[in-house]
Design a protein around this ligand. Sequence first.
Ligand code: URA
Length: 215
Amino acid sequence: MSSADKKYELPSNAIVLPPTAQLQALLTLIRDEKTQRYSDRIIRLLVEEGLNHLPVVPKTVRTPVGLDFDGVGFEGRICGVSIMRAGEAMEAGLRDCCRSVRIGKILIQRDEETCLPKLFYAKLPEDIAERFVLLLDPMLATGGSCIKAIEVLLSHGVKEEKILFLNLIASPLGTDAVCKRFPKLRMITAWVDEGLDSHSYIVPGLGDFGDRYFL
Ligand code: URA
């Protein structure tokens, strides 16, 4: 099963990129065990789609030929927050689209005693509560780290409806866990895979994203 088969019913706040031939070719490339580090173009597509969901207000500019153009400009400011370390691979794609964007970081790891996701580190823009937040994490498996990261954002005053979660490959379980728990956020993913294996890797997936991207 894949997102193309439509057997899995997506929550209404989850958006999957149109499965164009180009996207499928790019996904095939990054899944191939013989490749490394080809995700940047898909990440760029995710960022562009994310930006499509930001509100705009009317804005008029004067063009070089001396006429006004009644267009729009983004309303409000944005920032990125990457879930370390895999999410850091998505920062460059965001910077390519939004040159001087502020980017925060959150590190979540499994607590050895409780086995639950635990916050180890967070560095966020001080005015994050006033911003739209593009939360970056390429692989959504069980959803545990992502849910914890969203809770951290909410505890810093970010409004749920101002969170856009950008993700490369998701499992149905993780998608449901995140989108149903936070119905006002929007998740944008490139593909929803079949499920998880016994080690909570996404299948067919692409293995460990961080190992493949950063090595
Ligand atoms: N993180 C990864 O890098 N890969 C998976 O399949 C799941 C989580």
